[in-house]
Design a protein around this ligand. Structure first.
Ligand code: ADP
Length: 391
């Protein structure tokens, strides 16, 4: 055993976490999930394949995120014995104009973080609440915030602008881009997995419940399908993606919707779930015989290819495409549907390699190399945290 770092990804009803021991490299020795918080909480911690701790509480047990974090910290400290938990690293979705890179947090930062809540209502308040809870539970424990927007601060100013009056840009109403920890991890893998792509023009497609694509040139983000918030861009599990602003005006005028109604509709009831009326889960939709399921998946691929075409313009051409996250790593059907629509850009998939979920899935003749690389956002968080506490 050795001293360790805890990574935390707190959501509305769940907390995902991982323990990394500081050996010669960072070694993940435990992973865990606290879910169903607010209903019937369930906590599961695994060390490798072994279940190290499992606890269930009854319906409506009065436990909140802070109580479950306390359970996690108690387990971690017992598990480490004489070794120390030296820091916690948090995934935080929005860094706004304030947080340009991973940051060693102080309680004073909570005010800056709270200001960003509105910009990512599905994630940010829960990310921030976990930081606040840890300051209360373990005031001496260093905490590092790792922001999904940071990777995109290399985007040229043009790619960050919205065509609104200038004062809004100055206030921070601009395009940011998200999933930065995932893109940073994928970029860090390229020298080993596909060396010639690390100095070229690539699109990384992070396709999970939240989905986006990033245009990366010479290892740096130059454009992203997500913008001011993580609502923009691709069709997602329950989020609408790019939508004309006029639709919002229509919904406000004709349906009398206010900001809360729109937040609920656009973040939680739209996307694959809204279009199919069945599920937000790609596996369920692929297995469904209903035409609405196919329509939702077709729209997902259509929008993805259309937006990839925009990123190709930002890159001035395309040398490589990388798929990652739940759908990107596991769904040959969706990868094929997107790539077929991008054949004009020189993408040719090997149907055998794609069906077998191999790491390299383009044909030898394909002008654009296509790879599948599993992402690891937690490792990025642990790496930044280690760096900031000088361990
Ligand atoms: P999150 O954004 O919540 O981290 P994930 O990256 O875990 O999401 O991706 C979740 C998505 O991945 C879901 O739509 C799920 O259906 C899809 N997915 C996971 N495994 C498969 C699979 N074997 N085939 C198709 N889709 C899959």
């Amino acid at each position: 055993m050795a001293d360790a770092i805890l990574t935390i990804n707190a959501g509305s009803s769940s907390i995902k976490f991982a323990l990394y021991e500081l050996k010669e490299t960072l070694v993940r020795t435990a992973v865990g999930l606290a879910e169903n918080i607010g209903q019937a909480p369930h906590l599961l911690i695994k060390t490798g394949k072994d279940v190290a701790l499992e606890k269930r509480w009854p319906d409506h047990a009065p436990l909140n995120h802070e109580d479950l974090l306390e359970e996690v910290l108690n387990w971690v400290e017992t598990h480490l014995g004489d070794d120390q938990l030296v820091a916690a690293g948090h995934r935080i979705v929005h860094g706004g104009k304030t947080f340009l890179g991973p940051t060693l947090l102080t309680p004073a930062h909570l005010v800056d973080l709270a200001r960003l809540n509105q910009l990512a209502p599905l994630h940010e308040p829960h990310n921030t609440a976990a930081v606040q809870a840890l300051f209360k539970l373990r005031p001496e424990l260093p905490q590092v915030g790792c922001f999904d927007t940071s990777f995109h601060h290399t985007m040229p100013e043009l790619a960050t602008r919205l065509a609104l009056p200038r004062k809004y840009y100055d206030e921070g109403v601009r395009r940011y881009g998200f999933h930065g920890l995932s893109y940073e991890y994928i970029t860090s893998r390229l020298p080993e997995v596909a060396p010639h792509l690390s100095k070229s023009r690539i699109i990384v497609a992070h396709l999970g419940n939240g989905a986006s694509m990033c245009a990366i040139k010479d290892g740096k983000s130059v454009d992203s399908t997500m913008g001011f918030t993580a609502l923009d861009g691709l069709v997602m599990g329950t989020r609408c993606g790019a939508i004309g602003a006029g639709v919002l005006i229509y919904l406000m005028q004709s349906d009398g919707m206010n900001a809360d109604d729109l937040t609920d509709l656009l973040y939680k009831k739209s996307g694959l779930l809204g279009v199919s009326g069945i599920s937000s889960d790609v596996r369920t939709l692929l297995a469904s015989p209903k035409p609405e399921a196919k329509e939702a998946l077709d729209l997902f691929a259509f929008q993805a290819a259309r937006q990839a075409a925009g990123l190709i313009a930002s890159l001035g051409g395309l040398d490589g495409m990388i798929f990652t996250a739940g759908i990107g790593e596991h769904s040959p059907e969706i990868r094929a549907a997107i790539c077929e629509r991008l054949a004009w850009a020189g993408i040719q998939l090997s149907s055998e390699a794609n069906a077998a979920n191999e790491p390299a899935i383009s044909t030898c003749e394909s002008k654009v190399e296509v790879h599948v690389i599993p992402t690891d956002e937690e490792l990025m968080i642990a790496t930044h945290t280690k760096h900031l506490i000088n361990k």
